[in-house]
Ligand binder design. Structure first.
Ligand SMILES: Nc1nc2c(ncn2[C@@H]2O[C@H](COP(=O)(O)OP(=O)(O)OP(=O)(O)O)[C@@H](O)[C@H]2O)c(=O)[nH]1
Ligand SMILES: [Mg+2]
Length: 331
């Protein structure tokens, strides 16, 4: 049987250092981990690799199986793109809102659930979970037991926290299991990995779905670090006069074309934001004017969203306009 890396699930090999799953024959400090996982864990050094499986393949494997699906979406990435993918899973499924520790204190979880049901038409159970703070890990395990679920896939976009959740279940159950590699770098987990929790339950970690044509380059690790919030979000409100703009880390510009209006940003607080007046910055990017109805969110895929209370015309400058969605807010 081919031995697989216990960190990322990829078959180990000692022949080609440039290929995935490479385990050096000499000086290997951990014979269970490929060099890439070893470097991520010990030196926080990771290079982004292309996933060996794509979205369609993952969905097919799951839909052809007889297992349950636990689909993770983190609070900042609830949007049509992720929900559409969620709906492609035809197995019985549960929506897990991951990284619940980042949800601002002022938000009612019940309201978020109501909004998911009414706006995004979610018909399955919804559970909030935080692997980082161990919130609701036992609730999830009790839920799976009560539903007599024996085998469940963990699915979701890359970086949503699937592997971290496995590790926190393993820790909670005090199991003797090698930690799965987790990191801020996209595409950390490379293959399906079965983790036996007990005689009644096996969890299957999976490679994440990749966001195509993101605002950032996959190798822009510094930006990826900023985008992923470590602690609860503090919404930031800017009052923008006519023709004033918000610059989001010099990558996106949001320009208000109408009367004074409030813009509240929900995204990682590590992302630098600046308010500028009558600027021509980022004029070279693609841009589009959006008619925003009152109390809407401008969703920027991969980043978060901006809530606008009063109806307005807003011009958005971004490298890829497909990353923008306008939706009715849940406030
Ligand atoms: N704030 C917060 N961060 C989390 C939580 N869970 C995971 N993270 C962070 O999110 C990043 C990605 O976590 P992973 O567990 O590697 O995500 P994944 O879904 O397995 O990613 P892939 O294997 O690439 O598909 C890491 O930096 C984690 O520390 C959580 O509950 N709260
Ligand atoms: Mg993973």
């Amino acid at each position: 049987m081919i031995k697989k890396c216990l960190g990322c699930g990829y078959p180990l090999q000692s022949t080609d250092p440039k290929k995935l799953g490479y385990l050096p024959k000499t000086k290997n400090k951990n014979p269970n981990l490929c060099e890439r996982c070893f470097k991520i864990i010990h030196y926080n050094d990771a290079k982004v690799v292309t996933l060996p499986v794509d979205e369609k393949k993952i969905i097919k494997v799951v839909n052809d199986s007889s297992n349950h699906a636990l689909f993770l979406i983190d609070f900042l990435n609830i949007n049509l793109r992720t929900i559409k993918l969620y709906k492609q899973i035809k197995r019985p499924k549960t929506l897990l809102i991951s990284k619940s520790d980042i949800i601002p204190f002022s938000f009612s979880k019940n309201k978020i659930v109501e909004w998911l049901i009414n706006y995004y038409k979610i018909e399955d159970d919804i559970i909030f979970i935080s692997a980082l703070k161990n919130q609701n890990v036992n609730t999830l395990l009790n839920y799976l037991e009560a539903k007599k679920i024996k085998k469940a896939y963990l699915l979701g976009f890359t970086n949503v926290g699937k592997s971290s959740l496995v590790n926190s279940i393993v820790e909670y159950k005090e199991l003797n299991h090698h930690a799965i590699t987790t990191s801020l770098v996209p595409n950390t987990t490379l293959d399906f990995m079965n983790i036996k929790i007990n005689d009644h339950l096996t969890i299957i970690d999976s490679p994440g779905f990749a966001l195509q044509n993101n605002i950032y380059d996959n190798n822009d690790i510094a930006f990826i670090r900023k985008v992923n919030p470590k602690k609860f979000l503090k919404p930031i409100t800017y009052q923008l006069k006519e023709n004033a703009s918000i610059l989001i880390d010099n990558k996106i510009r949001i320009e208000n074309l109408e009367k004074k209006n409030n813009f509240t940003l929900y995204m990682s607080n590590q992302i630098p934001l600046t308010r500028v007046y009558n600027t021509s910055k980022l004029d070279n990017l693609k841009s589009k004017v959006f008619d925003i109805p009152s109390n809407s969110d401008i969703v920027i895929l991969g980043l978060g969203f901006i809530n606008i209370k009063k109806a307005s015309k807003v011009k958005i400058y971004i490298n890829n306009l497909d990353l923008i969605e306008i939706r009715q807010s849940f406030f």
